[in-house]
Design a protein around this ligand. Structure first.
Ligand code: BYC
Ligand code: FE
Ligand code: FE
Length: 470
């Protein structure tokens, strides 16, 4: 693994300077990326100084540099976690054989598909969050939004590097397509459904960074197990950045819960009288984004997923430490299915149910955060709790998508679902109200009324620090 080059047009630790053709090709893509960033990145604020961290090294603990940067001047780079030892494939039919440094020809199609799907989510999220800076509840939050946006941009660079380096002309074409699809566009939508959903206000933003970025954590962790080593090492480094996105979502929701509880008390049960967010609206936002994020794990029964695992391309979450059998040729997993209008437990070959195995891990992780918010609620003494809906509720992918379920996971009638949808899911009225209370707050240290202050600033700075110079 070569050292970090910070001087070239594209900072990297993949020795770009040693491969002039690749370097030229990526330098040619840079202005296309910048054009996309200017059109589809954060609206406004492009000439402001923002207190951002930039990846400058790949050493654990010491990779980030904090400084004022204008977003278009952010140093988007290509960084792979170094690994000097010879590794072996950790799962599937090639278990124990050396990892691949180049793409095995027979898996080219599947790897291309995985990399393109991963890549597509990164710019999509930036597009979804485009206008949020204009209604940010504080400079602290605005800075966190932009931090996430530039890092999602870097994640696109990470995947585009793999496309250029390993897929020739096909890879260059895919890289172009990545800049031409648009979140929510009728003709050229982003690939995965959650990435075409509107994220128009900060309750959705915090739900997105909590639930949807968390899908990223689990997908990246499974790809960090890949037998294709450049993919594994790229995803491993992306995970270090992802942790901050999840922090923003989890603590953001906790701060909203705290403030909503306070305002609920102060207003005798109607926080909207003080421009606050009702707890049941938070629940509807959780229901909405959690279920869309469940879709991102793909179908419960999937031959794609079985192939990705068997071929050694995509493993399980913490494959090495959490599992003993890394081949799983014969296991089964019980998956409840709707058969003749009833929910029946059915056995599915384990490898075909591997999306569901990852979804299980994800749901556990979401439950952990939920317990934290509920502790915040408990302290308020309101006697209300938040919950996660069933994995069957409000699905658009997989075996539950065509059946009406309530949030507890019971089969219900279509009519009952329609009659209750606006009670269970973030609805148009909620969204209109949420947008109406979100006015930009730009005085350093001040917070909008609907959210509590965070417990500390960024990188040891005070809350009153000028995170964005306007
Ligand atoms: N929406 O066999 P199936 C992140 C398609 S997030 C639309 O059930 P499979 C981030 C599927 O493509 C992490 N279509 O599923 C977060 C297939 O299409 P075709 C992103 C969907 O393939 C926040 C068909 O349905 N990374 O990083 O086993 C901010 C049947 O598919 C959806 C990855 O996703 C959906 N939700 O699994 C920024 C990792 N789900 O073939 C960033 C790479 C499925 O019929 N991707 N379909 O046309 C994968 O590993 C897999 O593609 C999936 C799907 C897990 C997504
Ligand atoms: Fe990302
Ligand atoms: Fe992220």
């Amino acid at each position: 693994m070569s050292s970090v080059d910070r001087t070239g047009k594209i900072p990297n630790n993949v020795d770009l300077a040693g491969d002039k053709r690749l370097q030229r090709a990526l330098e040619h893509w840079l202005p296309l990326y910048m054009e996309w960033w200017n059109d589809m990145g954060p609206a406004g604020f492009q000439t402001n100084d923002i207190y951002l961290r930039t990846a400058v090294s790949v050493e654990a603990g010491g990779w980030a540099n904090f400084d004022y940067v204008k977003m278009p001047e952010y140093r988007w780079g290509i960084f792979l976690t170094p690994n000097d030892s010879v590794n072996s494939i950790g799962f599937g039919d090639h278990y124990g054989k050396p990892t691949w440094q180049e793409i095995p020809g027979e898996y080219r199609g599947n790897l291309r598909r995985i990399i393109v799907t991963q890549a597509d989510t990164e710019p999509a999220s930036v597009e979804q969050q485009r206008f949020l800076g204009t209604i940010a509840p504080s400079l602290y939050d605005m800075r966190n939004l932009f931090q996430i946006n530039v890092e999602e941009g870097r994640h696109l660079w990470a995947m585009v590097y793999l496309l250029f380096r390993f897929f020739g002309k096909d890879g260059r074409d895919e890289a172009e397509e990545l800049l031409s699809r648009r979140s929510g566009d009728e003709d050229k939508p982003r690939i995965l459904n959650a990435f075409n959903e509107a994220c128009d206000h900060w309750l959705s933003f915090f739900c997105f960074t909590h639930f949807t970025d968390r899908d990223g954590k689990f997908q990246l962790a499974s790809l960090a197990e890949s037998g294709f080593e450049p993919l594994a090492r790229t995803c491993d480094f992306m995970l270090t950045e992802e942790a901050h996105h999840l922090f923003v979502g989890e603590t953001g929701l906790d701060r909203i819960v705290k403030r909503s509880a306070e305002l609920t008390r102060e207003t005798d049960g109607d926080p909207t009288r003080a421009g606050g967010i009702p707890i049941d609206m938070i629940q509807r936002a959780i229901n909405y984004w959690f279920t869309f994020s469940l879709d991102l794990f793909g179908g419960e029964i999937s031959s794609n997923a079985a192939n990705f695992f068997g071929e050694g391309l995509k493993g399980r979450f913490k494959e090495k430490s959490r599992y003993e059998d890394h081949v799983m040729k014969d296991g089964i997993k019980v998956v409840p299915q709707v058969i003749s209008g009833r929910l029946i437990e059915d056995e599915v070959p384990y490898r075909n149910a591997i999306n569901e195995v990852l979804r299980d891990e994800y749901i556990d992780d979401c439950q952990r955060a939920l317990r934290k918010w509920n502790r915040t609620l408990e302290k308020s003494g309101l006697g209300i709790e938040l919950s996660l809906p069933s994995r069957r509720f409000h699905r658009h992918q997989g075996i539950y998508a065509d059946h009406p379920f309530d949030p507890e996971g019971n089969l219900i009638t279509k009519e009952a679902l329609e009659a209750n949808s606006s009670r269970w899911l973030l609805n148009t009225e909620d969204n209109d109200y949420l947008v109406s209370i979100m006015n930009q707050v730009i005085e350093p240290g001040k917070m909008a009324n609907w959210i509590a202050a965070p417990s500390r600033g960024i990188n040891g700075q005070a809350l009153e620090f000028e995170y964005v110079r306007l």
